[in-house]
Write a protein that binds this ligand. Structure first.
Ligand SMILES: NC(=O)c1ccc[n+]([C@@H]2O[C@H](COP(=O)([O-])OP(=O)(O)OC[C@H]3O[C@@H](n4cnc5c(N)ncnc54)[C@H](OP(=O)(O)O)[C@@H]3O)[C@@H](O)[C@H]2O)c1
Length: 286
């Protein structure tokens, strides 16, 4: 797979979003294993997760543990695979999502993630979502300390505004490597953050790039231009969507979710699909 820059390392231009394998509607473990192994076979070297990707209160880190197990059982070398996890967002188990961005909490959450992933240092640790009750610089300060202590190799943020991206990079002393924001054909309001990442050379990881778990299958029926261009190329509208994002900037690394091997196999071919400037302009305007 073609590669893209994530801080000091290169990763496959398409990552795997592992969330669908641990939340509502998740598959059995055998299918998750097949999905993650299919991703690795296809050249995926960035797997996105979070400690909050679980269903019930007593299984925090379900997704991290699942990924660690799948990497351990993969036949090939996985030493170059970056598992990007997150802290600061919680699921109490009643279906809701809450926030805790206090530095002490983030440091303890990172420690727990490190143990579940079975690593000395986490490849990419992302502050999941701003906590309105904690000054942003204090939350990001925890990531700076974790970097300095060698507990994490790289720091990222998620669900951030333009001002927060600048603030985080300052707090981290210029070491912010990624921003993960929602971005899809139906949700384009993160374009200012994408443009800033382009200017600053920071990786931009669109989340729910296909519209989210429940809508991804309908991308073509919801967005006719994607379906038409897909038909012309003989590929899926989802693949066109990912190729369109990749064409927007070299800093973009989409992380489409999957719970079936065939989904990630299809998505992983997006870097090979070249869209013309006219096609990109049509999709931009669609
Ligand atoms: N930072 C945040 O706050 C945040 C929030 C949400 C998500 N995320 C991250 O972003 C990742 C992606 O978002 P998402 O999983 O919510 O939504 P998504 O990527 O827009 O859609 C995921 C769904 O797309 C389907 N799919 C994937 N590739 C396909 C293809 N080529 N053709 C047809 N269908 C395809 C998959 O179906 P199957 O399940 O049938 O394989 C999967 O369930 C998550 O997994 C998570 O890691 C982060």
């Amino acid at each position: 797979m073609k590669l893209r820059q994530l801080g000091d390392v290169q990763v496959g231009a398409i990552g795997l979003g592992a969330m669908p394998m641990s939340i509502e509607g998740r598959p059995d473990e055998a299918r998750s294993l097949a999905t993650i192994h299919a991703a690795l076979d296809a050249g995926v070297t960035l797997i996105d997760t979070a400690d909050a990707y679980h269903l019930y209160a007593g299984e925090v880190g379900h997704n991290e543990s699942l990924i660690a197990k799948c990497l351990a059982s993969y036949g090939g070398d996985t030493s170059h695979v970056i598992v990007a996890t997150k802290g600061g967002h919680l699921r109490p188990g009643d279906g809701s999502w809450t926030a805790n961005g206090s530095p002490a909490y983030l440091k303890s959450a990172c420690e727990a993630s490190r143990k579940r992933l079975g690593v000395e240092a986490i490849g990419l640790y992302q502050f999941h979502r701003p906590d309105p009750n904690v000054p942003y610089a204090e939350s990001v300060g925890a990531l700076r300390d974790l970097l300095d202590e060698g507990k994490i190799l790289r720091a990222g943020i998620s669900n951030a505004t333009v001002a927060q991206i600048r603030e985080a990079n300052e707090v981290l002393g210029g070491r912010l490597v990624s921003v993960q924001n929602q971005y899809s054909p139906a949700f384009r309001s993160s374009e200012p953050e994408l443009e800033l990442c382009h200017e600053m050379g920071i990786a931009f990881l669109p989340w729910s790039p296909l519209g989210g778990i429940s809508r991804a299958g309908e991308l073509g029926s919801r967005h006719a231009a994607f379906a038409e261009i897909a038909k012309a190329h003989g590929v899926s509208p989802q693949r066109v969507c990912l190729a369109w994002m990749l064409a927007k900037s070299p800093v973009v690394i989409p992380i489409p979710g999957a719970s079936r091997p065939e989904s990630i196999r299809d998505s992983a071919q997006a870097p090979e699909l070249s869209l013309s400037a006219d096609e990109v302009a049509t999709l931009d305007a669609a």
